[in-house]
Write a new protein. Sequence first.
Length: 139
Amino acid sequence: MIAIINNYIQSRLQQENLGEVSLTEAAEWLEKGGILRNQISSLGYPLRRHVYRGNVFGAYKKDNNFWYIKKIDGYEKILSVGDLSRIFKLKSNKSIYKKVKIEKIPHIKNRKKGIYFRKIELIRWAVENKKSKFFEIIK
């Protein structure tokens, strides 16, 4: 879910050539895109909760105490552990975590929890490590 949220927001910022977007506007984008439901009583709360946890890349608080999300130059779409499990047809996410630890798969570690992967880094790693099961699937 976090990968989808970040990919969607950064994609919209790129498409609309915006440097930043307010958290409430980003929350509206996500709701209209069918990604994250908004709460009528507290607009933007579900997204704000992810921001508080450090899950939204580029989120920052301005001097006026409102949250914004800035466009990250050169942003590459990220994949979640669940995405990799589906791609590699694994029964459990645990095997991804083991492979990250044992095979030193390149990843982004979130400040609080969770790991994510940049597709290009994953492909580059798989090509360099041809013995890995990942290489066989990417080939």
